[in-house]
Write a protein of this length. Sequence first.
Length: 126
Amino acid sequence: MAEIKLIDFEYAAFGPEEYDLANIFNEMIIDNNFAYYPFIRGYYENCLSIEEVKAMMRQYLLLKYEYLNITTETKESYLEAHMDFHLRNFFRCALLNNLYWGVWAVLLIKEKNINDDVFNFGYVSE
């Protein structure tokens, strides 16, 4: 019997499957808990190149192909048929993910009991 584990249960929902990959992509670049003003730092050298994103998506799709036990097409034909769709969704999800965290930051700053330990004001202080 398969064992089920939930990680980051707050995110458990139906949505684009590329969203988690896009969130990882974004979080590799931004440190929103930086120790010095403005308490946020971009590590743009960590930004994946287009080729690295394609390689990540290729690996993801290969794992999906194997998990779903697809027998109606070869791995390469599956990749060719799905890669562009998933790449487009990945980049849309990266934008959506940044919008989500930006709106979250603006809404959270209105909280009465907020402090520097909970929230990094660097997002909205500029």
